[in-house]
Design a protein around this ligand. Sequence first.
Ligand code: ADP
Length: 301
Amino acid sequence: MIAVVGSINVDLSAQVARHPRPGETLHGRGGRMTPGGKGANQAVAAAKLGGSVQMIGAIGTDAQAEVGLSGLRAAGVGLDGVREVEGPTGLAIVTVAEDGENTIVVIGGANDAVDAAQVKASREVLEGAAIVVCQGEIPRGGIEALPAHVQGRFLHNPAPVMELDPAVLRASDPLVVNEHEAALVLAQLSPETDPTQQPEQIASALRDAGIASVVLTLGAQGSLVADADGSHRIPAAPVTAVDTTGAGDAFIGALAVGLAGGQSLPVAARFASQVGAFAATGHGAQPSYPGTDDELPQLDG
Ligand code: ADP
């Protein structure tokens, strides 16, 4: 079983020709509210790919709560660990430009209540999980309480990056980060390291800083896996991206399914690369994720 501890949001999405500059107003299209949040996205991605998934998180008491839960429900994610807290559900305001690049403002809402006490209350689920997945859209206390209850692997995606106890960063196995996040984590663990390095050097610096395994995601360039067996470049699948929102979350959900199924990290990352590329070809986050019947794009090597 895979336990995902993290955010449940509603995404309010606007398609624009280009991103507005500060002070500028542009016409957009869209305006639909869809289920999102890194935690829920990763849980949905894993469940749609056949994983058995339990979600630990929080929703608010507003009308958006049902939208936030809709994708989790449809994918068959276990919701016993999701509690309701007074106030708004988490909200992400997304703009997607014609080239597929996005900008996102996240408002935590109920996610800010996923604290150490809630993690402790979920310890049975956590201790029974082969993989515990978490991201950076819940409070620091909730994340820092996790490693004590992980008996399988701790798949840690510190996005957005916050200041964390170095022991929690070092418990990650794997740490999954893009280049920007990798530089911020490295600055915490090893401030003397030059952050402007090639991916291979960044991953190996993170390993030298005490992280057992690292997956560095590189967008359309694929990813890089570094663990005790060495470092492996994982190619991307060549696709025409229409919206990369949630592609990284699809990658992580797939990685969790591969690892829970006993795959090695490089093999799971190849599967994740196919799933991330598939997600980039559809609009939105969860609605763009593949099911077990979908044909995945082949990798470029
Ligand atoms: P994040 O959104 O967290 O920054 P990335 O953009 O690096 O993450 O995407 C995560 C993974 O999804 C990549 O490593 C890659 O495998 C896949 N992916 C993302 N964008 C594309 C794309 N345009 N074409 C093919 N694969 C992609």
